[in-house]
Design a protein around this ligand. Structure first.
Ligand code: KG4
Ligand code: ZN
Length: 356
C-alpha cells in the first residue's frame, strides 16, 4: 500500500489530500479562495500567496486527520511545483520540503497539468470502474492551458497542438467579465447559457489554425464587438476611444444586453472548436479512449457534445475533481513514485513548467 500526501497551492486553492495506490482518496481538503478574489474579478497574486500562507498548515493537518494516518504511514510527500503563480507555488513547495525533511520522507514534485490528467485515474462511486487504457487522446482545458496531447503510457506525452492565444478557461472568464457575470467565469457562463439560444449569434470557430491548435481571441473579440455595438445602439457611448474589455464591461452594466443568448452562443462556439479538433485527433491517432482534464472539463455542454461526437469512449473526471484539488496530484504522484522519480530539497518552483 502506497499512501501519498499531496499538496497543491499553484493558484487560488490551498489543497491537501492523501491518496492510496494512485486511485483511492483517503482525504481531500480544499480551502478555496474564490470569495477573496471575487472582488478583483480574477486572481490577485499577492493576496493568493498570503492566503495560502494562512491556510496551508490547517489544510494539511485536516487531510491527515480525515485519513486517520500517522506520518509514519506515508510513503512520500508530493507537491505541485508548476505551472502556476510563483508566490502561490512557493507556499506549498516549502511546506512539502519542511515535512519531507522533518519526517525523512521522499519528496516528489508534480506538474499541475499532469495532476489534472490523473484526476481521471481516481476511483469514484460515480466514475468508471476500470482505469483509462492507453493510448489516450487528452484534451487539457483549464484557466491557463488548452492542449491536445497523446498519452502513450504513464507519464509519456506527445503534444499535438495547443492554443495560439487565450486558454479556453481564460476565454470563459474574460467573456463572463464582459457580460458582468462574475468570477469564476466558466460556471457563470454555463448558468446564464441555460436560458439562452446557442444559435442567436454566429460567433467564429477559428478552425483554420494548425490542425490540432486552438485560437479563442477571435471569438472573444467577436463577443466584445457585439457588446460594443449593442451598447452604442442604446446610447451608452464611452468617451475614451480605447476599446478594451474593461471599458466595454462598464458600458455593459448600463446597457440592456441579451446576456443569456450571448453566453449560450459563445459557449456553443467555444465547445464546437474543442470538440471538432479533439474528434479529428481521435480519428488520426488510433486512441483507445479520450480523456478530458482541467477546470473546463466541468462544462456540461462540452461533456455532452464530445461524448456524442467522439468515435471512441470519452472520460471526464467527476465534476468535483475537474477544478483544482490535491487528490489529482496524489494520483499523478503515485505513478511518478513507482517510476522512481524523486525530487531534492532544492526543488524549485517553475511558473511555466510544461508537460511536454
Ligand atoms: O483547472 P482549473 O481549476 O485551474 C487552472 O489550472 O487554471 O481551471 C479553472 C478554469 C477557469 O477558467 C474556470 O472559469 C473554468 O476552469 N471552469 C469552467 C467551468 N468550471 C470551471 N469553464 C466552463 N464551464 C465550467 N462549468
Ligand atoms: Zn488547474
Amino acid at each position: 500500500m502506497i499512501d501519498i500526501l499531496a499538496i497543491e497551492s499553484s493558484c487560488d486553492e490551498t489543497a491537501a489530500a492523501i491518496v492510496r495506490d494512485g486511485r483511492h482518496i483517503l482525504s481531500n481538503v480544499v480551502a478555496s479562495q474564490v470569495e477573496l478574489h471575487r472582488r478583483y474579478g480574477g486572481v490577485f497574486p499577492e493576496a493568493a500567496s498570503r492566503q495560502h500562507t494562512r491556510d496551508i498548515a490547517p489544510t494539511i493537518r485536516q487531510a491527515m486527520q480525515v485519513a486517520e494516518l500517522d506520518w509514519d504511514d506515508l510513503s512520500a510527500i508530493a507537491v505541485v511545483n508548476g505551472p502556476g503563480l510563483a508566490g502561490s507555488l512557493l507556499v506549498g513547495v516549502n511546506a512539502a520540503k519542511a515535512l519531507a525533511s522533518a519526517r525523512g520522507l521522499p519528496l516528489i514534485g508534480v506538474n499541475h497539468m499532469e495532476g489534472h490528467i490523473y484526476a481521471n485515474w481516481l476511483a469514484c462511486d460515480d466514475g468508471p470502474e476500470m482505469p483509462p487504457p492507453f493510448p489516450l487522446i487528452c484534451l487539457i482545458v483549464s484557466g491557463g492551458h488548452t492542449d491536445l496531447v497523446v498519452m502513450h503510457e504513464h507519464l509519456v506525452y506527445e503534444r499535438l497542438g495547443q492554443t495560439v492565444d487565450d486558454a479556453a478557461g481564460e476565454a470563459f472568464d474574460k467573456v463572463a467579465r464582459l457580460l458582468n457575470l462574475g468570477y469564476p467565469g466558466g460556471p457563470a457562463i454555463q448558468r446564464a447559457a441555460t436560458e439562452g439560444n446557442p444559435e442567436a449569434y454566429a460567433f467564429p470557430r477559428a478552425l483554420n489554425v494548425g490542425p490540432f491548435d486552438f485560437s479563442f481571441s477571435g471569438l472573444k473579440t467577436a463577443v466584445l464587438r457585439l457588446v460594443q455595438e449593442m451598447r452604442r445602439d442604446q446610447g451608452h457611448e464611452i468617451e475614451t476611444h480605447r476599446q478594451s474589455f474593461a471599458d466595454a464591461s462598464m458600458a455593459a452594466t448600463k446597457a440592456e444586453l441579451p446576456v443569456a443568448d450571448i453566453a449560450a452562443s459563445f459557449q456553443a462556439a467555444l465547445v464546437d472548436a474543442l470538440v471538432t479538433k479533439t474528434v479529428q485527433a481521435v480519428g488520426q491517432f488510433d486512441a483507445a479512449e479520450v480523456l478530458v482534464a482541467g477546470g473546463v472539463a466541468a462544462n456540461q455542454l462540452l461533456r455532452e457534445r464530445l461524448t456524442e461526437k467522439s468515435p471512441k469512449p470519452v472520460r471526464f473526471p467527476p465534476i468535483r475533481y475537474c477544478t483544482d484539488n490535491a487528490a489529482m496530484i496524489g494520483a499523478a504522484a503515485y505513478y511518478r513514485y513507482l517510476a522512481g522519480y524523486r525530487s531534492g530539497l532544492d526543488l524549485d518552483v517553475i511558473p511555466y513548467l510544461a508537460i511536454v
